[in-house]
Design a protein around this ligand. Structure first.
Ligand code: FES
Length: 174
């Protein structure tokens, strides 16, 4: 009678062996974890990067104090916070600047809080008007009528060595 021999190299290699099943399960779980990490890290980075990014803020000179008359609102332009030399004119932004008294100024974003059109200052009406959908703002930037949901954002303004400076900042939307 022939003696039956069992394979000696792969004792756990039988298809229904619990050890083999555990091993393959472990391999699958490990590969899934690696694949999830590879795919997930960029996604997580994309989602949280804006939360960790530091807001760019830079003081920009817009003119000497004596260049502005008290009570008059004028448009001033200046490079935005992240402007680089090759941006050309697209690296500039603007604000409505009003001298309140001596060295006290207020600056409003020109961007309408509805859909971002540039608002215009109407001296005779003492209002900011948006040409796109009829948004109207009072002289202090509060909404007077139309679709804008919020007042005009303001920039910080300071005077240094006789120069008026505006602190650039991203315009908040929605
Ligand atoms: S963008 Fe100004 S009212 Fe719509």
């Amino acid at each position: 009678m022939k003696k039956e021999t069992k394979p000696t190299t792969l004792p756990a290699g039988e298809p229904d062996s619990p050890a083999r099943r555990r091993f393959l399960t472990g391999v699958c779980v490990s590969l899934s974890a690696v694949a999830s990490a590879v795919a997930g890290v960029p996604v997580v980075g994309f989602v949280i990067a804006p939360l960790l990014r530091k807001e760019e803020r830079t003081w920009r000179r817009v003119g000497a104090v004596q260049d502005f008359k008290v009570g008059v609102t004028v448009a001033v332009t200046f490079p935005n916070a992240r402007s680089v030399s090759w941006d050309g004119p697209t690296g500039r932004t603007a604000a409505w600047l009003r001298r309140l008294k001596d060295e006290e100024f207020v600056a409003f974003a020109i961007t309408c809080t509805h859909l971002g059109c540039p608002v215009q200052w109407k001296e005779d009406a003492n209002l900011f008007m948006c040409p796109c959908h009829g948004g109207v703002y009072y002289a202090n930037g509060d909404v007077a009528g139309g679709p804008p949901p919020r007042p005009l954002p303001r920039y910080n303004v300071r005077v240094r060595a006789g120069q008026v400076e505006i602190e650039t900042a991203p315009i908040p939307f929605a």
